[in-house]
Design a binder for this molecule. Structure first.
Ligand SMILES: *[C@@H]1O[C@H](CO)[C@@H](O)[C@H](O)[C@H]1NC(C)=O
Ligand SMILES: *[C@@H]1O[C@H](CO)[C@@H](O)[C@H](O)[C@H]1NC(C)=O
Ligand SMILES: *[C@@H]1O[C@H](CO)[C@@H](O)[C@H](O)[C@H]1NC(C)=O
Ligand SMILES: *[C@@H]1O[C@H](CO)[C@@H](O)[C@H](O)[C@H]1NC(C)=O
Length: 306
């Protein structure tokens, strides 16, 4: 299972064919952001329906998941369909044509790999809504986006708990910008209807995690890229509210970085042209994100502090 988890997550990062030049608007409009959200919801909606269609409750139970988990899976599938419908009607009300679903290629082969991928996709969904929140101008849309974010986060917890991962691995959610999220999603998108309105997004080149997960603090973790690297760059771990740059060591073409203490739970790793720790922006991103799972340390708290 761990082995598969690795390849599922790694294959998340294999496709960069969809990267294309684009003209970034000064700032995406609210309708752009709704279309971007609908693009992600279509992906999730198709993903869950494919899983429910191709695997039975018995298949999930044989793979070690409970009947209660399967019931939750059906509710999650229902939720994603509702999200698609809500965003579709919001975009129509705003006077635009909603983007249609694309065709996808999801690399799961059995219930465990499906749930592992579900957990990663929901984590990316949470990061997408959190990262886009600051770009939304309308407070009404912001409230709706927050409402969807909460539900995606509950989905994440259901999957993580059932995979034996710590669900609340990080005190904070992780926000990601439009391009890093699209980079993760693009790995699963084969083709989209040509008349879908263009999103103001692009995919970065792929950063591949070349070793098994989960990782933990202090563990040297290796990555690779297909392409050139500048003489100086840093490996940036984005997790919760932390962005931590780590100086890499090279062994041939393998890039090694020690997992920092700030990385807990689903963590996004980038190669940045900036050599030292600073806020990451799209201009600095060379490759990534690779998505890794980091087991948090034992929880600590102070019982006299309340
Ligand atoms: C794209 O074309 C299809 C088929 O003609 C049509 O149903 C759909 O509304 C169009 N979508 C957009 C976004 O224009
Ligand atoms: C470098 O990589 C080679 C081949 O993968 C491995 O045998 C060697 O132990 C590595 N060296 C270090 C210092 O990690
Ligand atoms: C992104 O970082 C680069 C390099 O530090 C900087 O020059 C640029 O102004 C930053 N862009 C934004 C939008 O913050
Ligand atoms: C626990 O919290 C109390 C009250 O704030 C503080 O006085 C004490 O130093 C804390 N203990 C530790 C180990 O942090």
């Amino acid at each position: 299972m761990k082995l598969f988890a690795t390849s599922a997550v790694t294959s998340l990062l294999l496709v960069t064919a969809l990267a294309r030049p684009y003209k970034r608007q000064a700032a995406p409009t609210d309708v752009d952001i709704l279309q971007y959200a609908l693009t992600l919801e279509h992906l999730e909606n198709t993903f869950y329906k494919g899983g429910i269609e191709s695997m039975s409750e018995q298949d999930f139970m044989t793979a070690g998941f409970s009947s209660e988990y399967y019931t939750n899976l059906k509710y999650i599938t229902h939720d994603e369909e509702q999200h698609v419908e809500l965003l579709t009607s919001a975009i129509m009300t705003a006077g635009a044509k909603p983007v249609a679903a694309c065709t996808y290629d999801f690399p799961y082969t059995d219930p465990h790999s499906f749930v592992t991928l579900a957990s990663v996709l929901e984590g990316v969904g949470v990061s997408a809504y959190l990262g886009a929140a600051g770009l939304i101008a309308s407070k009404a849309y912001l409230g709706v986006a927050g409402s969807i974010l909460v539900t995606e986060s509950i989905h994440t917890a259901v999957h993580r708990f059932n995979l034996g991962e710590v669900a609340p691995a990080n005190p904070y959610g992780t926000g990601l910008g439009l391009d890093p999220v699209y980079t993760a999603a693009a790995a699963f998108i084969k083709t989209c209807p040509s008349n879908n309105s263009a999103l103001p997004v692009m995919a970065f080149p792929t950063l591949t995690a070349t070793q098994g997960i989960p990782a933990s603090e202090g563990m040297p973790f290796t990555f690779s890229v297909k392409g050139a690297l500048p003489t100086t760059f840093s490996v940036v771990f984005v997790s919760g509210l932390s962005t931590t740059s780590v100086a890499p060591t090279m062994n041939g073409s393998l890039i090694t970085a020690v997992v920092p203490a700030t990385a807990m739970g689903q963590t996004y790793v980038f190669l940045s042209s900036a050599p030292t720790s600073m806020a990451l922006n799209d201009t600095m991103i060379l490759y990534g994100p690779a998505i890794i799972e980091v087991t948090p340390p034992a929880p600590t708290f102070n019982l006299t502090e309340h």
